[in-house]
Design a binder for this molecule. Structure first.
Ligand code: HEM
Ligand code: HEM
Length: 217
């Protein structure tokens, strides 16, 4: 019987701590938005900081943490997706080619959400790391005319400056796009776990995968 399996280390501890801290901080930031300002800002900063760390780790981290390990050509993505329709889908130890691009999009999504939030805080309240660049009263005149533009959803914005509206909108759009990516990401994790007969969520907790003796990429 050659049904033996071996345990392989895939995700280093920092990748795992990064991942689950990101899930928690993103969720808290999302749920506290417009409910509890200080919690929203702190959890948002944490999510943003985690992404900065992960980008660095993508260059200097362990083997499967590196961008060079999971950024594949479009052909490889298509080949991988095609192989999912066969009885022997191509298996990867680290991120598969489709998952790798999803990781990049998720990183960019949270990065954009955090950045637009920090910008919003600066233009709206003159606070935070970008506050010096955006003294609200200096920025607003340049945009002032656009406030009259009725294209803007018609809701009475009261005192709001166009610059504030722009960053508020940008922050909301970035949040919602990222949330959409998260749903697709979790769906992808569930589907590929089933197709490959492995538990990817457990691997992201323990760091290990159990593989049949025969190999994967
Ligand atoms: C409870 C919900 C979630 C589950 C079960 C989950 C599960 C996973 C799993 C299993 C992986 C590894 C995929 C692979 O083996 O190729 C992964 C990677 C990843 N996930 Fe999630 N995820 C969740 C939520 C999120 C959220 C909310 C975000 C971002 C806001 C996120 C961002 C990422 C990123 C960036 C990676 C790449 C990890 C790395 O290489 O550092 N995930 N996730
Ligand atoms: C990265 C995770 C983050 C998520 C998921 C997130 C999500 C949200 C959401 C959904 C809103 C409500 C938008 C609306 O209805 O107009 C919001 C508002 C806001 N966020 Fe974030 N945000 C994040 C990070 C940040 C960061 C890092 C900051 C700044 C430190 C920030 C500052 C703000 C501010 C100032 C508002 C406006 C509150 C208001 O005037 O009502 N956010 N955020």
């Amino acid at each position: 019987m050659e049904n033996q399996s071996k345990t392989v280390r895939v995700w280093d501890p920092l990748v795992r701590i990064f991942h689950w801290s990101l899930v928690a901080s993103f969720a808290v930031a999302y749920l506290s938005a417009e409910e509890w300002e200080s919690v929203h800002e702190i959890s948002g900063y944490i999510a943003f900081g985690l992404i900065l760390f992960r980008i660095l780790w993508g260059f200097i981290g362990s083997q499967h943490a590196r961008f060079s390990d999971f950024i594949y050509s479009p052909q490889a993505v298509i080949e991988y997706l095609r192989s999912l329709l066969t009885t022997h889908p191509k298996h990867y130890l680290g991120h598969n080619p489709a998952g790798g691009w999803m990781v990049v999009l998720l990183l960019l999504g949270v990065l954009a959400t955090g950045f637009t939030g920090i910008k919003l805080l600066a233009v709206e309240e003159g606070r935070g790391p970008l506050a010096q660049m955006d003294v609200p009263s200096l920025v607003s005149p340049a945009y002032a005319d656009r406030d009259e533009d009725e294209e803007h959803e018609g809701k009475a914005q009261g005192e709001k400056e166009a610059g504030e509206e722009f960053w508020e909108e940008a922050h909301e759009v970035a949040t919602n796009l990222t949330l959409l990516l998260v749903f697709l990401h979790v769906l992808g994790v569930v589907v590929s776990s089933r197709l490959h007969g492995e538990n990817l969520v457990r691997a992201m907790v323990t760091g290990n995968k159990n593989l049949p003796e025969k190999d994967s990429v």
